[in-house]
Design a protein around this ligand. Structure first.
Ligand SMILES: *[C@@H]1O[C@H](CO)[C@@H](O)[C@H](O)[C@H]1NC(C)=O
Ligand SMILES: *[C@@H]1O[C@H](CO)[C@@H](O)[C@H](O)[C@H]1NC(C)=O
Ligand SMILES: *[C@@H]1O[C@H](CO)[C@@H](O)[C@H](O)[C@H]1NC(C)=O
Length: 389
């Protein structure tokens, strides 16, 4: 495998000076020049054990054909240590048990916050993980999470950048509970224009700006709970914003590989990738619903999420499938952690403007995102207090 060196453009301090970033973000922005070694070919996994060497152009061609994969060039170890330890042996509650605490929280979720965040997030030319714009959008998101935690007064909550060699960092916010048993809520922060990733605009409003702002709003309101603020919950809650999902689940693989190595005890992971588009569902004369993914997920966690939707959302769910490695929950599964995925609709009615210059806010429904935020908040609260034996 020959190697070439890719120099990411020098990032000037002008942009950084205009906005006040937390320390972590400053450090990311001040890296003078990122030098990463890019292989000529990448090893991808298209289904369990089915691998192939491809060029980067081949990767984008496969994605244009809606074929998903793990890029395992640097992640071949993922899943080799932990697979037998947890997985489907985790028992989830038989039904939701915290309506009295959660109902008053649900009322505090605000569409305006999601819209405001999404307007800025989509104003970056692209959030392509190898571009300097992707570094900037990540730093901005980190500053928003940092502000959310600071405003909440949660003394032990924290956020950090999880750096990657390609430039754009993932982001991890932690609300420590009484134990290290951990529940992860995830979305991916990067966007891509699959025609010319390095050049063309990729607003990525739905994919996955929508999931990004949905879970950020759920985090804000979760911290309105007195019990959570006092750290009275049993389990640790983390919110993750992954880098480089579009490159083959790169950020989430790096994070879950590190968790697996550290022996982290992740009990559940919920991914939301696209939470805002409903038009094709409505055009087909079908009721607005959230799409619960049933393939390559943990059946017990998925069953509990269906109950959470029934109790806490104003719309029903439909069961649907998205194939192997279709979003970052697949990395958690591979590491041996129970994972689930909920998307905006039946997969066949999901947004087909993604990965283009047309993935814009104007096509999205913030009422629908609010339903995903209700589910996220309720699930995070329920599992924060769940007794995992
Ligand atoms: C949850 O609590 C709210 C507010 O107290 C109440 O209106 C609602 O009926 C309850 N839902 C369930 C499923 O118990
Ligand atoms: C959680 O993990 C940290 C780091 O390994 C450790 O210091 C701490 O004691 C653990 N906390 C509990 C409650 O097990
Ligand atoms: C914060 O963490 C400290 C040290 O673990 C602990 O003593 C304290 O109770 C925690 N406070 C809250 C509000 O969680």
């Amino acid at each position: 495998m020959r190697s070439t060196t890719l120099l990411l453009p020098l990032y000037t301090a002008a942009f950084a000076a205009a906005i006040s970033y937390p320390k972590d973000a400053q450090a990311v922005l001040q890296q003078p020049q990122l030098t990463i070694v890019e292989p000529d070919e990448y090893l991808i996994e298209l289904s369990p054990g089915e691998t192939r060497w491809v060029t980067e152009d081949d990767k984008w061609e496969l994605r244009r054909q809606n074929i998903n994969f793990f890029d395992i060039t640097h992640n071949e170890e993922l899943g080799t240590l932990n697979r037998k330890l947890t997985g489907s042996s985790v028992k989830f509650p038989s039904k939701p048990a915290h309506n009295e605490s959660i109902a008053p929280l649900l009322k505090q979720l605000k569409k305006d916050n999601m819209r405001r965040h999404l307007e800025t997030f989509t104003s970056f030319h692209t959030r392509y993980y190898k571009s300097h714009y992707g570094v900037e959008s990540s730093a901005w998101l980190l500053s928003q999470v940092d502000k959310t935690l600071a405003d909440s007064g949660a003394v032990n909550a924290s956020v950090k950048a999880f750096p990657h060699p390609w430039g754009q960092a993932s982001i991890i916010a932690t609300i420590p509970g009484k134990s290290n048993k951990t529940v992860v809520i995830g979305a991916h922060q990067d966007s891509i224009n699959l025609f010319f990733p390095a050049l063309l605009a990729a607003p990525g409003a739905d994919d996955d700006g929508s999931g990004t702002v949905t879970i950020l709003e759920a985090l804000r309101v979760l911290l309105k709970s007195e019990e959570i603020l006092k750290g009275d919950h049993d389990n640790t809650i983390e919110f993750h914003w992954y880098s480089a999902e579009e490159g083959g689940l790169l950020g989430s693989q790096a994070i879950f590989q590190s968790y697996e190595k550290e022996g982290r005890d992740v009990k559940a992971m919920l991914q939301q990738d696209m939470t805002g588009y409903v038009q094709k569902t409505l055009d087909a004369g079908e009721p607005e619903s959230v799409g619960v993914i049933t393939d390559f997920v943990d059946p017990g966690l998925t069953e509990f999420i269906k109950q959470v939707i029934t109790v806490y959302c104003g719309i029903p769910y439909v069961l649907t499938k998205c194939g192997y490695a279709c979003s970052d929950h697949a990395s958690a599964t591979k590491a041996g952690y129970p994972s689930a995925f909920v998307i905006e609709s039946d997969f066949k009615y999901s947004d087909n403007k993604i990965h283009t210059t047309e993935d814009k806010i104007e096509y999205l429904s913030f009422d629908h995102m609010l339903q995903h935020a209700r589910m996220t908040l309720a699930l995070a609260y329920e599992l924060a207090f769940a007794e995992f034996k």
